[in-house]
Design a protein around this ligand. Structure first.
Ligand code: ATP
Ligand code: MG
Length: 337
């Protein structure tokens, strides 16, 4: 059985953008494929400490797993949820791979350049994390790794590392993840969705946005979230239509309405075609978001911590068995065994 692997950093709360653009598509993908694929959902806790130590990491991990379930994940025996640092083979393989990758290849990565730009000093983790990511993938022969566009380059690196090592040792040790173009096909159209900032709709919604009104957090009081929608920036065109370029604010509202109610965007666009009153649209979207958040928060609150821990421990037992077997194979070809 082939493997789909996905992870999402959990350092902070999720925005509506993270939820609709990353989490929900991931959960739908898992539900869709879990009878035919292994679905590995891991918590990249070793990635979480790269920039600084997160004092709330433990609570954040538990909450993030609850969020997967609240988002509709229905786990079966093929769905494996585990914490990266509970599977030591990740760090072990990471070291071995480190010894095969030229520094230049890492320092040329766009993410590294962006994150180190203008800083007098950056830690080695920022340079090396794509190698840890390669280990996360290659330990499980994961062919499908749904990631955002910002991670495509790192996925290519994982492919290159796998191919090079296979070639060097003339042995199919690793299964390279499929090329990014095919990953995108596999993920379907939902990927690439960008929810916009409510105040500055030319930009995407980000958790690091300064203004509270720019973003809706999944933990927001649903009434407060509704108010944020009511005060969202629109435009002076005076027509409700989907035109991300000229009317990003209104288009964003239509997009949110579709995703929150799980209906095709085209249906929402048709429903509002010919309408001119932005206030009506805002009322409708505000009420949809409010209803969704109420139900979501209720579901999160209902899940006991013990259930989450049970899932994690079962997942870690499975992950260790797969990862250790792969690591041993690698240790053999590197003459460590
Ligand atoms: P930051 O401001 O710290 O960069 P962020 O909100 O952009 O935070 P990330 O942690 O960078 O969140 O991304 C987590 C995931 O959410 C990624 O898969 C990313 O593609 C997705 N994502 C982030 N923002 C949006 C958005 N506005 N719409 C859709 N998906 C998003
Ligand atoms: Mg971001």
């Amino acid at each position: 059985m082939k493997t789909i692997l996905t992870g999402l950093r959990v350092n902070s709360e999720f925005t509506l953008g993270n939820y609709l653009g990353a989490l929900l598509p991931m959960v739908r993908l898992a539900n869709k494929y879990k009878n035919d694929y292994n679905v590995n959902i891991f918590v990249p806790d070793l990635h979480s400490i790269i920039s600084e130590v997160d004092g709330e990491l433990q609570q954040n991990i538990i909450r993030s797993i609850k969020i997967y379930f609240a988002a509709g994940l229905v786990a079966n025996e093929n769905v494996h949820i585990y914490r990266q640092s509970y599977v030591p083979a990740h760090s072990e393989l990471c070291w071995i791979l480190n010894c095969t990758v030229p520094m230049g290849e890492l320092s040329r990565m766009t993410q590294f350049k962006e994150k180190s730009d203008g800083k007098s000093s950056v830690n080695a983790g920022i340079l090396n994390y794509p190698i840890l990511m390669a280990a996360d993938i290659l330990l499980y022969d994961a062919e499908y790794v749904p990631v955002g566009e910002d991670q495509f380059q790192h996925l290519e690196l994982a492919r290159n590392i796998a191919t090079r090592i296979n070639h060097k040792f003339e042995k199919e040790i690793f299964v390279p993840p499929v090329e990014t173009r095919k990953q995108v096909e596999f993920m379907g159209i939902e990927n690439g969705i960008r929810i916009r900032d409510l105040v500055n709709p030319e930009k995407k919604m980000s958790k690091s946005a300064r203004s509270e009104n720019s973003k809706i957090m999944m933990s927001d009081d649903p009434a407060v979230a509704a108010k944020k929608i009511m005060s969202a920036t629109t435009d002076s065109v005076g027509k409700i239509q989907y035109d991300m370029f000229n009317q990003p604010g209104v288009s964003n509202l239509l997009q949110i309405e579709a995703l929150v109610n799980d209906v095709p965007l085209q249906d929402v666009i048709s429903t509002w075609a010919g309408e001119t009153r932005y206030g009506d649209l805002k009322q409708k979207v505000a009420s949809s978001v409010r209803t969704m958040l109420e139900a979501f928060q209720e579901r999160v609150a209902e899940i006991p911590d013990e259930i989450v821990i049970e899932y994690l421990e079962a997942g870690e037992e499975y992950a260790n068995s797969i990862a250790n077997a792969k690591l041993l194979e690698v240790q053999h070809v590197f003459n460590l065994r």
